[in-house]
Design a protein around this ligand. Sequence first.
Ligand code: COA
Length: 311
Amino acid sequence: MQSTLERQRKALWSVRPKHVAALAQSTQALCLDQMQEITYRDLTSLSDFATVVDLEQAIWGPGYTEPVPVPILAVTVKRGGILIGAFDGLRMIGFVYSLAGLKGGRPMQWSHMAGVVDQFRNAGIGYRLKLLQRERALQMGLDLIEWTYDPLQAMNAHLNFTKLGVVVEEYEENVYGASQSPLHRGNPTDRFVAEWRIGAPHVVRRVGAPDIPLRTHEIADVPRANRALPSGEWHECSALDLGIDDRRLIVEIPMGFTEMLANAPDLAFAWRMDTRRIFATYFARGFRAVDFLLDRNGRKGAYLLVRHLKL
Ligand SMILES: CC(C)(COP(=O)(O)OP(=O)(O)OC[C@H]1O[C@@H](n2cnc3c(N)ncnc32)[C@H](O)[C@@H]1OP(=O)(O)O)[C@@H](O)C(=O)NCCC(=O)NCCS
């Protein structure tokens, strides 16, 4: 007999993309009348896994040399991993993938990848995939999903903090070694470890109301550990302050870090080193990052760090 979980794993969700207006405005996006209902389901067959590998190449591009191969997808899904695909008709256009893990002896999920093909971006599909990943993990009785991301990627910070409600207290230096791209001049791959406490009240509130972000006036008086100051077409990291003793502080980052890496690598390197110093210093003093405010007009963003007592 099929267990409830097996039945749930086979369930098929279907929703219309949330940001239909945004999709219609996007020049890269499909026209509305071309867009079908997007459906979501667990991926369990070898042909699904092969399609995921193709998608990995399509989404991360030809320079991406370490796609997760079919056998690893197959065994990890068999033993508690979560792999969910998004479909436009029969065509898979995005997926989210996490592996079963342990943290402090407790079972959790380590989210390795979330990706949506270019022409379907900014339509709420990536967000929906993360919410479905959360639902699946809750059904398994888990309370934590973690993943890493580059703290200088403002759009990822926006998704992770503002829409999902992650918290960060771990900063890892040069996780994957210096960037291999000659364009990036060896920028180290520093990462935040995003902790998504999927059952916590602040996450429940955040996923229920993702469009109520931190407001500018709420952080207007909070001391700044640095400033992102406009300089030509970029922002420079200036006015570093590593001696703030308040309970809260702000760390500013620029938008467009990927473009900066390719077109102003020395500046990107300076941003990496300055923000590494700031985060390493304040995390060591018991601060953690709890929120993020994206200032699209100002082309920058601000992390809110709050000091907490470690027991
Ligand atoms: C990250 C990614 C999965 C988001 O998918 P998506 O379907 O475009 O995201 P959504 O439409 O659900 O948007 C969710 C929010 O995240 C923001 N966002 C996050 N990453 C973004 C990105 N790379 N580009 C643009 N917006 C992004 C959006 O602005 C949106 O917030 P808003 O509605 O307040 O504007 C997609 O951009 C992608 O596949 N990127 C390449 C692979 C990658 O970097 N994956 C993440 C690390 S594994």
